[in-house]
Design a protein around this ligand. Structure first.
Ligand code: HEM
Length: 222
């Protein structure tokens, strides 16, 4: 397919915003891993973030902008791709790209709903108001208590584990694709980036599901 100049520009912006989002997901996992070191560790980490005051809001706005741009351009490029792909080429295209690549719009869409649910669960405190207890007088909540109680019922555990499988699918292909779009890989290094992308996706999958599963199996408890 012939790419127009504007779709090349949007692909580059998608690659850059994708890199920002993957970096966030990696840093977020590192921070969340302090759940394995007890209540003091995760609450000290949350307190540190809280103490950054207005910077937290600047960071949130940058992340929100990256997320929104990635989403809108992703939908636009998928629609343009579909409009330009002759039906007869569909089989050929599938063979060349694979499952992860073909389902990027689906895994991305599921991740959007996952993030909305996750923010309603832990940040906006809408879905489970019973899991919040205050910590100190600075408007902080006990994050350890919140996360352990947040995974006491089956629904959130199922939503998070399923969400992480889609994160794996999305990152596995997205990682390789962003290096290709930014011109940072060639025919020789592309398969290596593909394998590395799957590895990053797998580490994120295992790291993230380890938290709810450790709570379910009683390894992390109150
Ligand atoms: C087991 C998996 C996860 C756990 C335990 C977890 C935990 C948390 C916690 C404790 C917060 C902070 C709530 C607050 O104090 O305001 C949070 C916020 C957030 N998480 Fe996660 N998270 C997980 C997975 C993810 C994933 C996979 C993503 C992205 C795809 C994600 C994106 C976010 C976002 C965007 C926020 C809001 C950040 C903010 O309020 O500034 N989380 N998460």
């Amino acid at each position: 397919m012939q790419l127009t100049q504007s779709s090349v520009g949007r692909k580059i912006i998608m690659a850059v915003t994708g890199l920002v989002l993957i970096s966030f997901v990696c840093v977020h996992l590192l921070g969340n891993s302090s759940m394995f070191f007890g209540a003091d560790a995760i609450n000290a980490y949350a307190q540190k973030l809280h103490s950054l005051g207005p910077f937290v809001w600047v960071f949130r706005l940058v992340m929100l902008a990256a997320f929104a741009i990635h989403l809108v351009f992703g939908i636009q490029l998928t629609l343009e791709n579909r409009a330009a792909t002759p039906e007869t080429n569909v089989q050929v295209k599938r063979l060349k790209t694979g499952f992860g690549a073909e389902t990027m719009i689906v895994s991305g869409g599921v991740l959007f709903f996952f993030v909305v649910y996750h923010i309603l669960h832990f940040t906006a405190r809408v879905t489970n108001p019973e899991i919040y207890v205050p910590l100190g007088d600075a408007g902080m909540v006990d994050v350890y208590f919140m996360v352990v109680n947040g995974f006491r019922s089956a629904l959130p555990v199922i939503v998070y584990v399923a969400g992480m499988i889609f994160l794996f699918l999305h990152v596995s292909h997205g990682f390789q694709s962003l290096f290709q779009t930014l011109g940072l890989s060639n025919d020789k290094s592309l398969p290596v980036m593909g394998t590395f992308g799957k590895l990053v996706g797998f580490v994120l999958l295992l790291g993230y599901i380890a938290i709810p599963l450790s709570i379910v199996f009683g390894y992390i408890k109150l």
